[in-house]
Design a protein around this ligand. Structure first.
Ligand SMILES: NC(=O)c1ccc[n+]([C@@H]2O[C@H](COP(=O)([O-])OP(=O)(O)OC[C@H]3O[C@@H](n4cnc5c(N)ncnc54)[C@H](OP(=O)(O)O)[C@@H]3O)[C@@H](O)[C@H]2O)c1
Length: 336
């Protein structure tokens, strides 16, 4: 797999990053089923075999850092690891002071069995107590060699502007972006380009919807129906309180399926390739529950312009209904 150099860094990464929210050491969470550490290790092994050298984790992903650290033993220096601080006390986590950032980083280094993290990201803007204090601490950790770079996650245009004006030098912003979740096109993707920040697209398969494996939306597991694409009554787990756009999503998926059949490309490949062919998006962060999914997702293709155009058109009604919101889950947008 061809690697690219992330802008503003010397990090050479695959355009597919493995997302490891699913690495839970056999303890399922609200979104993902149980995955054993052995299954996670087999996924990591498959990535490395295929040239996927970029891994995304977070202190918030139950057991993920530990499972990833164990799976990478002996190979840490061959790969690029991004983690995040935030959610030490769940959704009500108060913002981090410099000392709390340092403590979180120490925990992450221990979990990951490493002495450096390539990119430490701020999981949500709300975890920043004071931008200048946070930036000074991240720069200090960089100087100590405990992190190589720092980055953002779930930053909206206003959040990013404030962080940049405070003197921040983030190298990435990771945000939900896929054919069914295109709100970043309105401002976030152009802003990342303007600031020279790499945009990493998370949930690129919209948590499995864009693989074509669910014949109807009600087949999507409950924890993945919590977001704003679905009606608030689709599951009691939803907290956004909105009507969603299930009809538009259903119609879009049917059209995408037809377009993929005509173009003779699997839907998962088409969905990932569509993102990577958008201007200003460097990397997709895709999760997996099996090594076979990693193989399937590694098949990035060059889609014809006409196919790109048709796929884009198919999801315009969803884009229109979703509007500018960047946050799929919370009633009040956490990404401003
Ligand atoms: N910064 C943030 O706030 C944030 C938020 C969300 C995600 N992320 C990051 O982004 C990563 C990816 O996002 P995500 O996990 O939400 O969504 P995703 O990558 O769109 O979906 C991953 C899931 O889709 C299914 N899948 C993947 N490939 C498949 C294939 N080829 N065929 C059929 N099914 C397939 C698997 O679930 P099943 O097999 O169980 O169906 C897999 O766990 C996360 O792991 C995390 O690292 C970050």
């Amino acid at each position: 797999m061809e690697h690219l150099t992330l802008k503003g860094t010397d990090l050479k990464v695959s355009p597919i990053c493995l997302g490891t929210w699913q690495f839970n050491d056999s303890s399922k969470d609200i979104t993902w089923p149980a995955q054993s550490a052995e299954e996670s290790k087999a996924i990591v092994d498959k990535c490395i075999e295929l040239g996927i050298n970029f891994f995304d984790t977070a202190e918030a992903y139950k057991n993920s850092e530990k499972v990833l650290g164990n799976a990478l033993e002996g190979r840490r220096r061959d790969v690029v690891v991004a983690s995040k601080f935030g959610f030490r006390e769940g959704p009500g986590t108060p913002p981090y002071s410099a000392k709390e950032i340092e403590e979180a980083l120490t925990r992450s280094l221990t979990n990951l069995k490493t002495d450096y993290i390539d990119i430490l990201q701020i999981h949500f803007p709300s975890f920043v107590k004071d931008a200048k204090e946070t930036i000074a601490e991240l720069e200090r950790q960089k100087a100590l060699g405990r992190i190589r770079y720092y980055g953002l996650s779930n930053y909206g245009p206003k959040n990013m502007k404030e962080f940049m004006e405070a003197g921040g030098k983030p190298v990435v912003n990771q945000i939900g972006y896929n054919l069914l979740w295109r709100s970043p096109e309105l401002a976030m993707i152009p802003d990342c380009r303007k600031y020279g920040i790499n945009l990493l697209a998370y949930s690129p398969l919209q948590q499995g919807l864009l693989t074509g494996k669910f014949s109807k939306l009600s087949d999507v597991p409950e924890g993945r129906r919590r977001g704003k694409l679905f009606n608030k009554d689709s599951t009691p787990l939803a907290r956004h309180g909105q009507e969603g756009c299930e009809q538009e999503v259903d119609e879009a998926l049917k059209k995408i399926s037809e377009i993929c059949k005509e173009a003779n490309v699997a839907m998962n490949s088409a969905a990932l390739s569509w993102i990577l062919q958008q201007d200003g998006v460097e990397v997709v962060i895709a999760g997996a529950s099996t090594p076979q999914q990693v193989i399937d997702n590694s098949k990035i293709v060059q889609l014809e312009n006409d196919v790109i155009r048709k796929m884009t058109e198919a999801t315009e009604p969803v884009k229109k209904k979703i509007g500018a919101t960047l946050d799929q889950w919370a009633p009040v947008d956490r990404c401003e």
